[in-house]
Design a protein around this ligand. Structure first.
Ligand SMILES: [Zn+2]
Length: 469
C-alpha cells in the first residue's frame, strides 16, 4: 500500500565492501574577498564548461569503446584545443575531464543495472537467453559491439565460452532486445548548469601550517589553504577554522552569496557489523527534538535549544554591526563564536545519533520521508530563526552512521503519518503534543504515534515484498 514511497537508503544486502566513505568538512574562518571568490568562480565556470563538453562528446553509444581505460579520451581532449581556449591550468582541466567521465560511467552502470533487473523479471526469456544477456552486459567489448551493430570480437580464451553461451539461442534477436532496452532507458543528456564547485588534486593546493610565532589567540594564527587560480603562480589563500591538513583529492564547494567555501574531504572508514543489533525501530524526527522512537524514547532533546542559542546570538550580533560597521575585531570575534556554536551543534548531533544507535541496537530503522521543500513543523515562534536551522544535517549524519554500523535505514511514505492512528489506522486529531483517536480512543504523544506509524508502514511494505518473491 505504501510501496511507492519506500526507499532503502542504506541497504546492507547491497553493500559488501568492508569500508565506507565519510565526508569531512572544512570551513573558511572569515568570508572571502569578492575578488578571491571571483577567481574561484572562474575555475568553477571553466570546470563546468569542460564537463559539458565531455558529456556531449563522449556520452553517446558511439563513444563506449573509448571509456575504458580512457587514454584515448585524455589524448583527444589534449588535442581538442579547449584547454588553451579557456586558458585553464592542466590540474583543473584533466580533473574536470575525469570527473565528467566518471559521471558518464555511472550513467552506464545505472542503465546496465536497470536492464539486468528487467531481464530477471522478464518471463518471455528462458534461462539460457538471460544468461547470454547478462554476459553481454558484463563484458564491455561485447556490450559496445552489440549496441554499435558490430561483430563481437573476444580474446581467444573467451571464445569457447561464447560459443557455448550462444548454442541453442538466437543471438540476433537478443541483440535487438538489448539495443531496444538501452535506447529506452539510457539517459544520454548529461548536462550541468551548476558552477558551484570543483575537485582539486594535491597539485593545485597547499595547506599552510599555523605559525605559533605569530602569537595571539588561535584565531589570529594563519592556518589555511592556498588554492591555485587561473593566473600563473597566483593562489587564493583561505584561512580555515581548523588546523587540519589533508593530502587527498578535495572538493571545493563555493557559496558565493555569503562569500564562503566548504571543503569536502573523503575519508575511508571501516564498516562494523554488530551481531546483537537485531531490533527494528520506528523513528519520528523534529526540529526541537532530534528523534522519538516508537517506544517513546527521546534522543537529541537539546537540538532545538542549541539552534536557538545560535539564532539569538546571530540576531543580536547583527544589531551590533549595524551600529559599528568599522569594528573589524568585533566581526572576527563574531565569526569565531558563530563557528564554535555551529561546531557545537554538529558534535551534539553526532553524539546523540551514536547514543541512539548504541542503546537501540537497531537492525533496521524506519523513518518517515520528508516531503520536498517542507517547512512543516516550523511554527511562528521560531520563524525568524529558521534560516539558521541546518536542513538535512540530521538525516545526512544518520545515513552515514547507519552505513558505518551496517544498520539498514529505510524511508517510509510520510504523508499523514502524524494524523493516522497507529493503533487502529483511523485518522485522528492532535492538540498540542497529544494525539487522540476518535474511533478507538488511543491517546499518545504525537511524535510517538508518528514513530509507531513509521515502524508499521515499513514492516507492512517489507512484508508485502516478501510475499511477492
Ligand atoms: Zn484508533
Amino acid at each position: 500500500m505504501y510501496g511507492g514511497g519506500t526507499e532503502r537508503i542504506v541497504d546492507k544486502s547491497q553493500k559488501r565492501s568492508q569500508t565506507a566513505c565519510r565526508i569531512i568538512r572544512q570551513y573558511n574562518r572569515e568570508p572571502l574577498s569578492e575578488e578571491d571568490m571571483k577567481k574561484l568562480q572562474e575555475i568553477a565556470e571553466d570546470y563546468r564548461k569542460v564537463k559539458n563538453y565531455v558529456y556531449s562528446r563522449y556520452g553517446s553509444i558511439g563513444s563506449l569503446s573509448k571509456l575504458y581505460p580512457g587514454y584515448t579520451i585524455q589524448n583527444e581532449m589534449t588535442n581538442s584545443g579547449l584547454r588553451s581556449e579557456l586558458a585553464m591550468p592542466s590540474v583543473y582541466f584533466y580533473r574536470a575531464v575525469f570527473d565528467a567521465l566518471g559521471d558518464i560511467k555511472s550513467q552506464w552502470a545505472r542503465t546496465k543495472n536497470k536492464i539486468l533487473k528487467l531481464i530477471s523479471q522478464n518471463e518471455n526469456l528462458n534461462s539460457q537467453e538471460k544468461h547470454y544477456l547478462r554476459f553481454l552486459l558484463k563484458v564491455n567489448n561485447a556490450f559496445e559491439a552489440v549496441l554499435n551493430q558490430k561483430s563481437i570480437e573476444l580474446p581467444q580464451e573467451m571464445q569457447g565460452k561464447y560459443a557455448e553461451l550462444t548454442t541453442g539461442i538466437n543471438p540476433e534477436k537478443l541483440h535487438r532486445y538489448l539495443s531496444r532496452q538501452v535506447r529506452k532507458y539510457h539517459v544520454r543528456t548529461l548536462h550541468t548548469d551548476k558552477a558551484d564547485g570543483f575537485y582539486i588534486t594535491e597539485k593545485a593546493y597547499r595547506y599552510k601550517e599555523s605559525q605559533s610565532s605569530c602569537g595571539g589567540s588561535p584565531y589570529t594564527k594563519g592556518h589555511g589553504i592556498y588554492i591555485a587560480t587561473k593566473e600563473n603562480r597566483k593562489r587564493v589563500f583561505v584561512p580555515l577554522t581548523d588546523e587540519n591538513a589533508y593530502t587527498k583529492q578535495l572538493y571545493i564547494r563555493l557559496l558565493p552569496e555569503t562569500n564562503d567555501i566548504e571543503i569536502h574531504i573523503p575519508i575511508e572508514i571501516k564498516v562494523r557489523t554488530h551481531r546483537d543489533y537485531t531490533n527494528e525501530i520506528g523513528l519520528s524526527t523534529g526540529i526541537w527534538c532530534m528523534f522519538t522512537t516508537h517506544e517513546g524514547v527521546v534522543y537529541g532533546e537539546q537540538y532545538g535549544a542549541l539552534h536557538q542559542e545560535l539564532a539569538e546570538y546571530m540576531s543580536t550580533a547583527a544589531g551590533t554591526y549595524r551600529r559599528e560597521k568599522e569594528n573589524n575585531a568585533g566581526r572576527k570575534k563574531y565569526l569565531a563564536r558563530k563557528a564554535r556554536l555551529n561546531a557545537k551543534i554538529e558534535s551534539y548531533v553526532n553524539h546523540e545519533i551514536n547514543r541512539m544507535i548504541e542503546s537501540e541496537k537497531p537492525k533496521v530503522i524506519y523513518l518517515p520521508k520528508l516531503p520536498a521543500n517542507s517547512s512543516a513543523g516550523y511554527n511562528r515562534k521560531i520563524n525568524y530563526s529558521v534560516g539558521v536551522w541546518r536542513k538535512g544535517l540530521i538525516r545526512e549524519r544518520l545515513q552515514q552512521k547507519c552505513l558505518e554500523h551496517s544498520v539498514e535505514l529505510v524511508e517510509v511514505f510520510g504523508k499523514g503519518i502524524s494524523a493516522e492512528c497507529s493503533n487502529c489506522g483511523e485518522m485522528g486529531k492532535y492538540s498540542g503534543d497529544i494525539f487522540r483517536c476518535g474511533r478507538c480512543g488511543y491517546e499518545v504523544d504525537k511524535k510517538v504515534n508518528a514513530a509507531r506509524n513509521a515502524l508499521k508502514r515499513g514492516q507492512t511494505v517489507l512484508g508485502d515484498d516478501k510475499i511477492d518473491h
